[in-house]
Design a protein. Structure first.
Ligand code: CTP
Length: 438
C-alpha cells in the first residue's frame, strides 16, 4: 500500500534555498543522463519533522559513482568515491555533504563482509533499512520532483511517534540498531513499538551484543553520548538491561543518572564560558565513561575499556579520572593559596577537573575549581628570559625556576606589575646567593 504525496512546497519552505537549488540541479542532471535519483533517510525524516539536517543522502537506481562525478562537474566541492561500496561523498564549500549510494538489496552491518553490491530498486533499498521512519524517500527527477514515497508506513509512524522495524531479524542482523532505536526514541521523544521492543529483548537474550566488535559498540555508545537527551537514553538502556550486557555488575542508580546529568550541565557551562577563548577539547565520552565505571575495580575497568577498544588517550583520561577524583578533591579542600591551586590542577586532565565538579557536592571545593577555570588557568608572567639576560643573569635551568617563582608570586598577589616582577626576581637571586653574573 504505497503512499505518495507531493512535498515540493514543504521542501521549498523548510530547506535553505541553496540546498533546494542543489536538489533541482541533481534532478535535472539525472533526467538528462538517464538516472533515477531519490533523497532518502534521516534527511527526509527530519524535513518532515521540521528539524534541520543538512546532510543530504541520495540513492540512485544506477551506478552512484558515475552520477556523483557528473554532478560534481556542476558544483564546487570535493568528491570522494568508495568503489567497493559504490558510494561517493561530495562535500560542498558551504560544508554541506551529499552522499550518493547505489540502490542495493542488503544492509551490510559489516561492510567488509560483502564487497559485491547488487543494484536494486529504491523500494528494496528502503526495505533493508532500520526503522520505518527512516524509509521515506523523495523523488528528485524533474517531472516527479518532490513526490514522497512511503512504502512502509513511515509517515504514519512519524506522526504517531513510533520506532518500528521492518522485519523480525533486523536486530539480529545488525545489533547496533538496538542502540539506534533507543537513541531515536529519546531524541524525538518517540516510543519503540511493542513488537519491536519484543524483538529487542529477544535479541538481547540471545546475546547479540557479545558478538558485536568492540569498535562498533564504542561507536554506538559515543553516538548516544553526543545526543542532547543522552541521560534519558542511559536510563532506558538500564531499564532494558543493556548496560549489564556490556558492563557486568554495572548498576546505573538514580544517583548515577543525576551525576550524568551534572556532567552534561557542566559541559554546557564550560562550552558557553569558553566560546570566545581558544577552545580546549574536552572528551565528553571520557567523562561519561568515568561516571559509569567509577565504582568498579580498576582491573574490571581496564577490561571493559579493552573490550570497547577505547582509544588509548581516552583510556588514560578515564583511568586518571577514576583514580584521582577522591585524592584531588581532598587535596583541594586544604588548598588556600592560588599558586597551590594551580600547582594541584595544572597537570590534571581538564576532564578530571570538570568531573570533580559533577561528582562532588562540597561547594568549597567546587568554588576553588570554578575560580581556577575562570581566573587562573593559563595565567603567566610578563617578564621573560630576555629580561633575565638583560639583568646579567647567566642563562641556565635556573631561569625556569626563577620564572616559576615569579609566577607563583604573581598568582598569590605578591607582585602585580612587570617592574615588581623584576624586583622579585632580583630578590630571589640575592636570597639564593647565586652567581648571577657570568
Ligand atoms: N541505517 C540502518 N542501520 C544502521 C545504520 C543506518 O538501516 N545500523 C540506515 C538508516 O535507515 C539511516 C541511514 O542508514 O536512515 C543512514 O544512517 P545514518 O547516517 O546513521 O543517518 P541518520 O538516520 O540520519 O542518523 P542521524 O540522524 O543520527 O545522523
Amino acid at each position: 500500500d504505497e503512499f505518495s504525496e507531493d512535498i515540493t512546497e514543504l521542501m521549498a519552505r523548510r530547506l535553505p534555498s541553496k540546498i533546494l537549488g542543489v536538489l533541482y540541479l541533481i534532478g535535472q542532471k539525472a533526467d538528462k543522463e538517464g538516472f533515477k535519483v531519490y533523497g532518502v533517510g534521516g534527511f527526509i525524516r527530519d524535513l518532515l519533522l521540521g528539524k534541520d539536517n543538512l546532510d543530504i543522502d541520495l540513492v540512485i537506481e544506477q551506478d552512484a559513482i558515475s552520477f556523483a562525478k557528473l554532478v560534481s562537474k556542476h558544483l564546487n566541492g570535493d568528491l570522494k568515491t568508495f568503489s567497493q561500496f559504490q558510494t561517493a561523498r561530495l562535500t560542498l564549500r558551504s560544508g554541506t555533504r551529499i552522499d550518493f549510494a547505489t540502490a542495493r538489496i542488503e544492509y551490510y552491518a559489516f561492510p567488509a563482509a560483502s564487497p559485491e553490491v547488487e543494484e536494486s530498486t529504491i523500494k528494496q533499498d528502503l526495505y533493508r533499512r532500520d526503522f520505518t521512519i527512516n524509509t521515506l524517500a523523495v523523488e528528485l527527477n524533474c517531472n516527479s520532483f518532490g513526490k514522497l514515497l512511503d512504502f512502509f508506513g513511515g509517515t504514519k509512524d512519524l506522526k504517531k511517534g513510533v520506532i518500528r522495524v521492518l522485519y523480525n531479524l533486523s536486530f539480529v542482523e545488525d545489533p547496533t540498531r538496538i542502540f539506534r532505536a533507543i537513541r531515536f526514541e529519546s531524541r524525538f521523544n518517540f516510543n519503540i513499538e511493542e513488537q519491536t521492543l519484543i524483538f529487542i529483548k529477544n535479541s538481547l537474550e540471545t546475546g547479540v551484543l557479545d558478538k558485536l566488535p568492540g569498535e562498533r559498540l564504542y561507536e554506538e555508545l559515543r553516538n548516544i553520548v553526543d545526543e542532547d537527551e543522552a541521560v534519558n537514553t542511559f536510563r532506558r538502556m538500564d531499564e532494558l538491561g543493556i548496560f549489564t550486557k556490556i558492563f557486568p555488575n554495572l548498576n546505573v542508580s538514580q544517583d548515577k543518572l543525576v551525576k550524568l546529568q551534572n556532567i552534561y550541565d557542566i559541559l554546557n557551562w564550560y562550552e558557553r564560558e569558553n566560546k570566545q577563548k581558544q577552545e580546549k577539547f574536552v572528551s565528553k565520552e571520557a567523562m561519561v565513561f568515568s561516571c559509569l565505571l567509577q565504582d568498579q575495580p580498576l582491573p574490571i575497568i581496564s577490561s571493559i575499556l579493552e573490550r570497547l577498544k577505547v582509544p588509548q588517550k581516552i583510556r588514560d583520561v578515564i583511568i586518571t579520572t577514576v583514580k584521582e577524583t577522591e585524592s584531588l578533591s581532598s587535596k583541594l579542600e586544604y588548598t588556600e593559596k592560588n599558586s597551590e591551586l594551580v600547582q594541584n590542577l595544572e597537570e590534571i586532565p581538564l576532564e578530571t577537573i570538570l568531573f570533580v565538579l559533577a561528582d562532588k557536592e562540597n561547594q568549597k571545593i567546587k568554588n576553588k575549581i570554578y575560580y581556577y577555570l575562570e581566573e587562573l588557568i593559563g595565567a603567566g608572567v610578563s617578564i621573560t628570559g630576555e629580561d633575565l639576560k638583560t639583568l646579567g643573569i647567566k642563562p641556565g635551568p635556573v631561569y625556569k625556576t626563577a620564572l616559576e617563582e615569579v609566577r607563583k608570586a604573581r598568582l598569590d598577589g605578591l607582585v602585580t606589575t612587570p617592574e615588581e616582577e623584576l624586583e622579585y626576581v632580583l630578590d630571589f637571586f640575592e636570597q639564593k646567593g647565586e652567581d648571577m653574573h657570568g
